[in-house]
Each structure stands twice: as structure tokens, then as C-alpha cells.
Design a protein around this ligand. Structure first.
Ligand SMILES: [Fe+2]
Length: 151
């Protein structure tokens, strides 16, 4: 694991696919930075929220690419991503309305990340590792998953 932000990822949420783990850690870090920034400014920070949303969209594309490269069916998982992105998009749009609560948004995103990693990404990690193992054997499975970072 290379990223300094991995400390933001609880060990129970590590799925042992380096690219995904690093992105998850980065998302938790970005969410924490956003939260602190909102507290410091005592106001919703729209630019940071949009940047976080863009990172999340890119992360969903990463998981889809890794699944596709390994020949895995991603339809159910992809649908969860679409629902989640739609839900967060709506909350971001609603932040423009009076009385909007940024901390509800943060709790929602934090909860969603954690639950999604446990319910979906953990299985994705297992499946990706099984495919890599079948292709090249245990000894090289890590390297294969690393190589797919740039694929
Ligand atoms: Fe996912």
C-alpha cells in the first residue's frame, strides 16, 4: 500500500485490491477534509463537494473497468453505484435550498461508503483476486492487479 492517506481507511474495509483500496482511502480523506472545511468556514463548501463527487464518479468507473478487464458481471454492482450517485447528486443539489444541513450530507456519504464497501466491494475484491489467481497463480496475482491500474 503506497498512499499516505491509507490511514483514513479502517483496516476492516481493506479489500486487498491496491487501486481500489487507495481510492477508498482517498475518498474518506477527501470527505474528512470537506467536513473540516465546512466547519472552518461555518458554511457548505460547494466546490469541495463537487470535487468529491467527481472523485466518486471516477472511482465507480475504476471498479467497473477492473471488473470488465476480469470478465466479471458488474450489472448489479453498477446499479448500486448509479443509485448512490443519484442520491448524492440530489443531496448536493438540495444544499442550495434554505435550511439544508451539510452534516446530514456528510453522514449520508460516510455511511454509504462504508456500507457499500462491506456489501459490494469486498465481494468484488474476492472475485478480482480469484480471476487473477486463476490467470497467473497466487504468486503473481498481486502484480497482475497492480498492472491493471494503468490498464
Ligand atoms: Fe463499488
Amino acid at each position: 500500500m503506497r498512499s499516505s492517506s491509507l490511514s483514513y481507511l479502517p483496516s476492516t474495509l481493506v479489500i486487498d485490491v491496491p487501486e481500489i483500496d487507495e481510492q477508498h482511502a482517498g475518498l474518506f480523506e477527501q470527505l474528512e477534509t470537506f467536513k473540516v472545511s465546512c466547519i472552518d468556514h461555518n458554511a457548505y463548501q460547494a466546490d469541495e463537494a463537487e470535487a468529491l463527487f467527481a472523485t466518486l464518479e471516477a472511482h465507480c468507473r475504476t471498479e467497473e473497468r477492473l471488473a470488465r478487464q476480469s470478465g466479471l458481471d458488474f450489472s448489479g454492482h453498477g446499479e448500486k453505484h448509479r443509485l448512490m450517485l443519484r442520491g448524492i447528486r440530489k443531496m448536493l443539489n438540495d444544499m442550495e435550498k434554505p435550511g439544508a444541513d451539510v452534516f446530514s450530507l456528510i453522514r449520508y456519504v460516510d455511511y454509504w461508503f462504508e456500507r457499500h464497501i462491506q456489501e459490494e466491494d469486498r465481494n468484488l475484491g474476492i472475485n478480482l483476486r480469484q480471476v487473477a489467481f486463476a490467470e497467473v497463480g497466487e504468486q503473481f496475482a498481486d502484480e497482475l492487479l497492480e498492472q491493471r491500474v494503468s490498464g
